[in-house]
Design a protein around this ligand. Structure first.
Ligand SMILES: Cc1ncc(COP(=O)(O)O)c(C=O)c1O
Length: 392
């Protein structure tokens, strides 16, 4: 049947209610993450500006302000905002002309590998390091072939990759390095933003992330030339009103979301600090529970506490899956990030690299569980979560 032949008639506009109320449960479950909402009255002046100047998108004043503010806050040279992190990955890969084979991790969110598929590149999965759950440099080097064009590592859970080793391999084999830094907002090593590593870094500002613009993302570029190229690709490929560099997508962030980002940025240090307190509370309590170990890294990195992953070993009475279900039944919506591995999913599992043993990734995927962590989480809900864990 054609769409136009569908029997349901459109309701008259007059019958559509102005606002359909949404029920908010009195005692909602505890999500694994939740966005911080700044006081609504602080957002009103932003809305008034948008309403009066009628500049809704296409690199408006709030969009420009947010790019500058993020460059300054993160300590990075150039930022290009995008409509989401997946679009940012796609744009970054296009800007670097990535194709052929790209070495990446199986322990990540699907968007990392999907972006490679979307530009026609073949993901080559390599095992991860058991200390930080990021791509293991030795495996990267062993996977390089004459078809390899790039490495796409992920700073998983905001744990910094071994950027020095990755950069050495990239130099030797002349590969591009694009970091999926979706989890790494504000993460620093050696007093510098981790986002300065590689050829490009990609951020996600999805509602579940440490810093959010409802949906959104960004690409960090090292110079103005690269930023301009990405900005053109983000805007259909237009160089100016009539001249087109090449066909591309609409990947722009709008003024409403940019304004929300500017307001979020006022609170971000306090939000990350509150996450740090929750992380410390979990750490202290979990030290007494056999078979459960917080999965955090040592070393001198400044973390953002975007996730609170734990590993559930054979010493614990039940496995990670059963524990996850037990928490969820009690209204604590823990999540198995990242299980299953991407290399075990349809569309990827037939790749030659997906059929390797990948022992560390498979063990960590089996044992992983992410507990709730977000700035609105109360100490009592953290304690309730710990109480369930301590009863096995
Ligand atoms: C590692 C990773 N990469 C990419 C993305 C995609 O970002 P977005 O949801 O903003 O498209 C996400 C999460 O959403 C992610 O966790």
């Amino acid at each position: 049947m054609k769409l136009s032949e569908h029997p349901v008639a459109m309701p008259a506009l007059a019958r559509i209610p102005a606002l359909v109320p949404i029920d908010v449960p009195a005692e909602p479950p505890t999500p694994v993450t939740q966005p911080f909402m700044p006081p609504l009255e602080e957002f009103v002046p932003f809305l008034e500006t948008i309403w009066s100047n009628r500049w809704l998108t296409n690199s408006g004043p709030f969009h420009q302000q947010l790019e500058r503010a993020l460059e300054e806050y993160l300590g990075v040279p150039y930022i290009s905002l995008t409509s989401n992190g997946t679009t940012a990955l796609w744009l970054a890969l296009q800007a670097m002309k990535v194709g052929g084979e790209v070495i990446t991790t199986p322990f990540t969110f699907v968007a990392t590998a999907h972006a490679l598929r979307l530009v026609g590149a073949t993901p080559v999965f390599v095992d991860i390091d058991e200390e930080d759950c990021n791509l293991a440099p030795a495996g990267i080097e062993a996977a390089v072939t004459d078809r390899t064009s790039a490495i796409l590592p992920v700073h998983c859970f905001g744990h910094p990759c071994d950027t020095a080793a990755i950069s050495r391999i990239a130099d030797v084999y002349e590969l591009k390095v694009i970091y999926d830094a979706a989890h790494a907002f504000g993460v620093q090593t050696g007093g510098q933003s981790i986002l300065r590593q590689g050829d490009l870094s990609v951020l996600s500002f999805h509602a579940t992330k440490v810093f959010n613009t409802f949906e959104g993302g960004a690409i960090v570029s090292p110079d103005q030339r690269t930023k301009s190229k990405i900005d053109r690709l983000r805007n259909f490929g237009f160089i100016d009103d009539t001249v087109m560099a090449r066909a591309s997508i609409n990947g722009k962030l709008n003024e409403l979301q940019s304004a929300f980002g500017l307001l979020q940025l006022r609170y971000i240090d306090d939000l990350i600090a509150r996450r740090g307190e929750i992380s410390a509370r979990y750490h202290a309590a979990l030290a007494d529970i056999d078979g459960i170990a917080p999965f955090t890294i040592g070393g001198g990195a400044t973390l953002n506490h975007s996730y609170f992953p734990i590993l559930v070993s054979e010493d614990y009475p039940v496995d990670a899956d059963a524990l996850c279900r037990r928490l969820q039944a009690a209204g604590i919506l823990a999540r198995r990030y990242f299980h299953p591995l991407i290399c075990d999913m349809p569309g990827y599992r037939d790749l030659p690299s997906a059929r390797q043993p990948l022992p560390v990734a498979r063990r960590i995927a089996r044992q992983i569980l992410c507990l709730p962590i977000h700035p609105n989480l109360s100490d009592s809900l953290v304690d309730r979560t710990i109480d369930i864990l301590s009863h096995g």
